[in-house]
Design a binder for this molecule. Sequence first.
Ligand code: A3P
Length: 326
Amino acid sequence: MVYLTSAMVLPHKSLKGFAFIAVLLVLTIFFVYCMKWYTNTVKNTNKDLNLFEGNITSTNYDTNFKKRLPNAIIIGSNKSGTRALLVFLKIHPDVRACPVEVHFFNQEENYARGLDWYRQRMPKSSAKQLTIEKTPAYFITSNVPERVFNMSKDVKLLVIVRDPTERAISEYTQLALKHNSSLPPFEEYVVKNGNVINDKRSVVKSGVYIRHLRHWMKFFPLSQIHFVSGEQLVQNPAPELNLVENFLNLRPMITEKNFYINKTKGFPCFIGKIGLHGKRKTGCLKGNKGRKHVQVRSDVRTLLQDYYRPFNNELYSVVKRNFQWP
Ligand code: A3P
């Protein structure tokens, strides 16, 4: 067609040949440019969607990516597996998670910066994806529930809980490492007068989950608060995460195929996302998660278990789940 047009318009043979080559060249450049534009667009969309390998693929091709306030927050409890919960939820293609703890609602200087500052801390997401943040200090800070409610009365709240005695030992282990062993031994730290639990210690107070939950229940119905078992998240993560998917109205995507056990540490690690360079992403949590605890005398362990038991039983009946802590 190009040749015929140039043959009709241009009288001289060499001119016709020149025009033919010129038009071909222009068409080739145009074609290459179109291909480049197409591959760039598709590539960037996939990058933002964090596509997965295997049976997990996102059908969400909405390109309206922007930073949004969270639809869900992991509010606690610290040392119960909050990081594992967040990391494992990121396996889901419709979840966009903030990688760092923002401490927006519990730290005055951050709260004073306003909701736009908070929004800027979030990852970009499409309208159909769920944005999630985790700051475990929220659960135990009494003025946080009202502040979260003022941001959104519809936000979904996740609380991961673990046997409070183990949780206290875990937090103490972390504190002892931080203070370079200058803390008194655990047995003295949590016990006063020889055989009474020192309930003024924050490592003890944090594990009275029902007390903290009561603050949240003043602002949010229980249907908006989901409790995750820290023990089950370690022993059998997929079913526990399926309950979370259900609570968050996410498509059921996470299966046992997304996990393997790290034999050295004895904790599950994830298999899931395709990274930026197209590689299958696998990973375990960092070394400070799942570390060896300090040794605790059995009588003090029993004392703590006895202290927590009535609070635990109250929690079981309120949230309608028995976590079966000793
Ligand atoms: P320990 O280090 O005391 O064992 P958080 O992220 O809220 O600080 O909780 C840390 C706890 O997460 C760890 O406490 C560990 O028991 C628990 N955890 C749950 N799943 C884990 C996993 N897959 N890898 C490592 N730690 C995990």
